[in-house]
Design a protein around this ligand. Structure first.
Ligand code: TEU
Ligand code: CA
Length: 552
């Protein structure tokens, strides 16, 4: 496997509506992002991914695009965008935009034209069927994937996500052409690549056969048809050859369903993407029935997922790691359970995240340990997915009180509350009431208070990033083999990272009690420790939630 320029980089995801509002309308904007670039540079970030900022009616928060060539006015102008691109380059940083091409918005001109003339040019941009041809697929956000085409009683269009997100017809070469032109247009503007949204869905089971029913709505999860879809890899390789490759662009795909035995189709020297996210930990405990039936994640399961993903990819390519993103609950809340507010536990989780193999993607606020919010009413929620899941749980007989607990554990809005910059009103995110409620804990958890505190989580993240980039350790941390250790203790995540001339041992305890360990090698140096002093003996007594990185 060849080394690539981005392997040793640190990436950061910005959720633009919630990052920083500079003009005081309660919604984050591009100027706000520019104002925080020095903060990101200082943290050690190299690559910035911004979730969609294109023109959108925001039914799914910008993942419903009405014009691929325009910046939505809530975020600013194209001039602001060009300034952002320049400012990022000036700091030797890189920018990824979000490529959302499985679907567009029902407000896109293409769809408006399709409504006018379903049999015409733009009708063929979408997947439109007669009433008699519909099947039982359930969309990701609930209900049938088929929606009546406005003004046409017997015609229906397909949407795998919300009904305001009609799927594009990837069997139509004109659609493919439109997408390629747009990709090149943005790369010509100077961006460095894309995070690629929901891409596995572009190919459907062309027989449009029913899937097995799995809910009281008599529908079946549309994901079930994906294994019968064909041609995905060919299409993606064509896209790569005609767009990304010409620019040496970085592509990071969001890929949930794929044949793990063919991972080399997707990543590595022959892959159609540069890399994909490792979502193996995100899938733990998720029930097909809905969030109300999800199970909590144990540290052992989390550890198994990490090692599984590593075994899968180590010889083939380089994956990207997350502990959370804009679709997931906050990582500390999800993986640390009742210890979600313990600073040592948060640092332990950060240690594993930063020291495992793969490119880290920090999600905004993760570096200060932002947590899930306790939602008090469904009316506080904005997210389409959450509103659907609330209903699913309600229909399954879950009480409102219990349902709010489920939302507080799994809602996508947990990650979307405004970034907590300071202890000022609205967490220093905006001068006015933000579009989504600020988490009440902003007085305790915010950037300002952590910046000047050597013991803060933020300072610890900086330390970890510095270590990842240190000339003597970079090679082993970025490329070294990862070998599990101490797996007999279910509350420990530990592994060696080994290169030709270096060996380090990463130990992270998730136990609230002391743990005794015997280290086999001599300890040369303590590179990182989340306590001020390490029992540097080979017979180690790990303190509760202690984490350390040792050179052996
Ligand atoms: O997510 C795709 C996807 O598979 C999600 O439906 C995911 O399963 C779900 O959010 C988990 O709760 C991408 C984007 O990341 C997401 O924000 C969008 O809503 C979705 O595509 C549609 O564009
Ligand atoms: Ca604003």
């Amino acid at each position: 496997m060849k080394n690539q320029w981005w392997h040793d980089k640190i990436a950061y995801q910005i959720y633009p509506k919630s990052f920083k509002d500079l003009n005081g309308d309660g919604i984050g904007d591009i100027k706000g992002i520019i104002s925080k670039l020095d903060y990101l540079k200082d943290l050690g970030v190299d690559i910035i991914w911004i979730s969609p900022i294109y023109k959108s009616p925001f039914v799914d928060q910008g993942y419903d695009i009405a014009d691929y060539y325009q910046i939505d006015k809530i975020f600013g102008s194209m001039e602001d965008m060009e300034e952002l691109i320049r400012e990022i380059k000036d700091r030797n940083m890189f920018l990824l935009m979000d490529l959302v091409v499985n679907h567009c918005s029902d407000q896109h001109e293409w769809f408006k034209e399709a409504i006018k003339d379903p049999d015409g040019k733009y009708g063929k941009y979408f997947i439109i069927k007669d009433k008699s041809e519909l099947n039982n697929w359930r969309s990701y956000f609930g209900g049938s994937v088929w929606e009546k085409l406005p003004g046409h009683d017997d015609k229906y269009y397909l949407h795998l996500f919300a009904k305001e997100q009609p799927d594009l017809n990837w069997n139509n070469p004109e659609v493919v052409d439109e997408v390629y032109t747009n990709i090149k247009w943005w790369l010509d503007k100077g961006i460095d690549g894309f995070r690629i949204d929901a891409i596995v869905n572009i190919k459907k089971d062309e027989s449009y056969a029913d899937v097995e029913i799995d809910g009281p709505d008599n529908l079946g999860d549309c994901r079930k048809m994906l294994s019968k879809a064909s041609g995905l890899v060919d299409t993606l390789n064509d896209m790569k050859m005609n767009t990304f490759e010409k620019y040496n662009a970085l592509t990071v795909a969001e890929l949930f369903e794929y044949d793990k035995s063919n991972i080399s189709d997707y990543i590595g020297d022959k892959g159609c993407f540069s890399t994909i996210f490792d979502f193996s930990a995100e899938l733990i405990g998720k029930s097909v029935k809905g969030w109300y039936d999800n199970k909590k994640v144990s540290i052992k399961e989390y550890r198994d997922a990490i090692f599984y993903a590593n075994d899968l990819s180590e010889d083939i390519g380089y994956m990207c790691n997350i502990i959370e993103n804009h679709d997931e609950p906050r990582g500390v809340s999800r993986f640390l359970n009742e210890f979600y507010n313990n600073i040592y536990a948060k640092k332990s989780l950060a240690t594993v995240f930063m020291m495992r193999r793969g490119m880290p993607f920090i999600f905004q606020g993760q570096e200060i340990g932002m947590t899930n919010r306790i939602w008090k009413s469904i009316d506080e929620i904005d997210d389409v997915n959450t509103i659907d899941q609330y209903k699913v749980a309600h229909d399954a007989g879950i009480s409102d009180e219990e349902n709010l607990k489920i939302i507080s554990a799994y809602s996508r809005d947990n990650a979307r509350t405004p970034m907590q910059w300071s202890d000022e009103e609205y967490a220093g995110f905006s001068d006015n009431k933000p579009w989504l409620t600020v988490n009440e804990n902003y007085k305790d958890i915010n950037v300002e208070s952590q910046l000047n505190d050597d013991n803060s989580l933020l300072s610890y993240y900086k330390e970890l990033i510095k270590l990842r980039k240190a000339p003597e350790y970079k090679d082993v941390i970025v490329h070294g083999k990862m070998i599990p250790e101490f797996t007999d203790n279910d509350n420990i995540i530990a592994f060696y990272r080994v290169s030709k001339d270096k060996k380090i041992l990463v130990i992270a305890s998730f136990s609230d009690k002391e743990v005794n360990l015997v280290i086999k090698d001599n300890i040369k140096r303590v590179l990182i420790n989340n306590y001020s002093e390490l029992g540097s003996d080979k017979k180690m007594v790990l303190k509760p939630f202690e984490a350390c990185v040792l050179e052996l």
